[in-house]
Every structure is written in C-alpha cells, then in structure tokens.
Design a binder for this molecule. Structure first.
Ligand code: GLY
Length: 363
C-alpha cells in the first residue's frame, strides 16, 4: 500500500517532502510547516492549467501566507525560454518579491522547470515548491531539483540545480489529464522499471489493463513506486556525477526526435520512442535477449504511442544527437541496459546502430 509521504534526504539530512494527497486543501498545512505565514507566494502556471486549478489552489493557500499572486504564461514547450523567465523576473520585481518569499509551480514539466529556474536565479535564489499536475511531472521532473529552460534550438541548455522545498501532488488532477499527457508519464514510469527495478517492471506488465483504465489505486502505487526510484537516485547522485545519468535512458534519441519533429510530439512520447530504440540497441549489443526486447517494446507500444512518419530521415535524427548536452569530448554518451533493471553508460554506440534503431520506430 502506497504511503502518503516520502522524504528526500541529502547526506542523511532531510531536504524536502514529497506529499501524496487527493485534494489541494492540505497544501495549507504543508505551507505552514515551511513558515509561510509571513511570506508572499507567487503561483506560476500556464494557460491550460490555470482555468482548471488556479482558483482552487489560491483559495487553499490564502490562509497560509501574507499574499498570493499569480503569473501566467502561454502553455507549451516553445515558451520554456529566457523570454518567459524575463517576464517572470519583471513580475516579481513589480510585486516586490524578496528573498524570503516563495514561488509555487502549478503545472507540468515546463512550468516546474521554468519556475525552478526563476527561483534559482531571482535574487540569487529564493524558495520554490512544486505542485505537479501531470503524471510525467509527478513521477520525474518535479523531483530532484533539475531546473532550466530551452535556449534557441537547444533543449534544457540553460539551467541550475535548485531543490524545491516541497513536492505536493493532488492525485485527483490525473482525472483531467489528456490521454497523450497520461501516456507521457507512463513512458517515464516504464523507463524507471527498465533501468532500476525488474520487479517494478513486472508489476507494470501485470497491471497494464488497470493502468490503461486509470484504476486510481493502481495509479497511486505506480506513482509512489516511481517516486521511490527517483528519490533513491537523486539522493545518491544529486548533481548527475554518475548514477543519475541513467535516468537519461531513452533521452538521447528522444530529444533528437523531439527536435526533428518540431515539437509536434510531446516530450514523454519521444522518450517512450527513445526507450524502444535504446532497448533495440541494448539487444544489438547482446545485453538483453531478442525476446526481452520484443516484450518491453510491445509493452510500451501497448499503451499507444505515435510512430514516426515514413519519410523521416533517421540520419538527420542521428546528426541532431551530436548537439545534445550529453556529449563528452565529441562522443555521445548513450544509456543502454546492462540487463533488465540495470542501465549503463556507453560511448560505443555507432551512428549506424542509432539509425537502425530509429528505423524500427517508423510505422
Ligand atoms: N529527468 C532526469 C533527471 O531528473 O535527472
């Protein structure tokens, strides 16, 4: 049975809690634990999430702080950039936010990354909390303090590590989450199983019907399970000196596909495609069997991700991987499976292997 709280520690010191609830109301008590009563809070959210949850969250937290205001930006990855951050700085200055005040990210990965970056840099760093409203943000991007924005064509190229003071999840938000967004989170969840925990992967396989039907109890177990995995990784390697890089499984080709498709596919969809490609490459390297590769590619496909169009150039996607920040001395650091439930970094994946893997993703 999933618990209602996890604590992320650093060197055995508690840093922040991840809280699992079924409404926004207990957010007030969580904020008071952060001594919010004399602090201003700015809720940062985007145009798709605001009509759904902004007023509800405002109402829930008003009794717990000095004042609440909100900063709204246009939804979409294309707005995760320095222009939006500049607008945010301007807004915070106009509203006289100081170092004691607090930012609250209400939304998915774009909102969390952008708010976190604003918090890391405004007045050389102020506190922020994550209130993720997508499955992907709940299981992945809201945890671990990676913040940042895209710079021109380069994804997440400008950023900082800045830990949130709280990650607060209201599980009810999943009820309004569009199907494609839901699948984006599942891609990251399957990734967690592939790279870290074979038993968790078996659980996903066993429960796939319930997951597709969005059985709330199964989803809670799943989100909790993924948060346990992510928490463990970021506690052991907060600044990606080693183990944390394994979370980039599926991301090298995933990011390149995302760019090549002009962001028409969502980030999590591209990661799911990237995971299938990475499974194929792991199989080619002899690390997993053909049956294992087929089994987990089928599992990913079963949840219903788009394929790549027939006329896409695999070679151009490979060329884009060279612009990725996961390069070291001009060589792509590629994450493959060493076996199911364990990943490793290799620098021996050739362009031909990547091209062959991309071709398997074309419909
Ligand atoms: N999303 C990958 C990481 O947090 O390291």
């Amino acid at each position: 049975m999933a618990e209602k709280r996890l604590t992320v520690n650093q060197n055995e010191v508690p840093i922040y809690d991840i809280v699992f609830e079924d409404s926004f109301l207990p957010l007030k008590e969580e904020l008071l634990k952060l001594h919010s009563e004399n602090r201003k809070i700015c809720i940062i959210t985007e145009t798709r999430v605001a009509p759904l949850y902004l007023e509800e969250v405002k109402k829930a937290i008003e009794p717990a702080c000095k004042t609440v205001c909100s900063f709204l930006f246009e939804a979409g990855e294309e707005n995760k950039n320095l222009d939006t951050v500049s607008d945010l700085y301007e807004f915070l200055i106009q509203n006289q936010f100081d170092r004691k005040d607090l930012l609250l990210a209400l939304g998915g990965g774009v909102t969390g990354d952008l708010t976190g970056f604003g918090a890391a840099t405004y007045l050389r760093g102020i506190d922020f909390i994550q209130v993720p409203t997508t499955l992907l943000a709940q299981v992945d991007s809201s945890i671990g303090g990676k913040t940042g924005v895209d710079f021109r064509a380069y994804k997440n190229m400008v950023g900082a590590f800045h830990m949130p003071k709280l990650v607060y999840m209201n599980m009810e938000v999943l009820k309004t989450l569009p199907e494609r967004e839901f699948n984006c989170g599942l891609g990251e969840i399957i990734k967690h199983g592939l790279i870290k925990d074979k038993a968790y992967l078996d659980y996903i396989e066993e429960q796939k019907e319930e997951i597709k039907n969005k059985n709330p109890e199964v989803l809670k177990e799943l989100i909790y399970g993924s948060c346990v995995i992510k928490k463990g990784v970021v506690e052991r390697d907060p600044k990606e000196q080693g183990e944390r890089a394994m979370l980039n499984f599926g991301h090298t080709l995933g990011h390149a596909i995302e760019k090549k498709m002009n962001f028409e596919l969502l980030h999590g969809e591209c990661v799911a495609l990237g995971c299938m490609a990475a499974l194929f490459i792991s199989c080619k390297m002899g690390n997993i069997s053909k049956e294992e590769c087929e089994k987990y590619c089928s599992l990913i496909r079963w949840f219903g991700y788009p394929s790549l169009p027939r006329d896409i150039s695999a070679r151009e996607i490979v060329a884009i991987t060279k612009l990725d920040k996961k390069m070291e001395h001009g060589v792509v650091k590629f994450i493959v499976l060493k076996e199911l439930g364990e990943a490793q970094i290799v620098k021996t994946v050739t362009d031909d292997m990547m091209e062959e893997a991309i071709l398997t993703l074309i419909s």
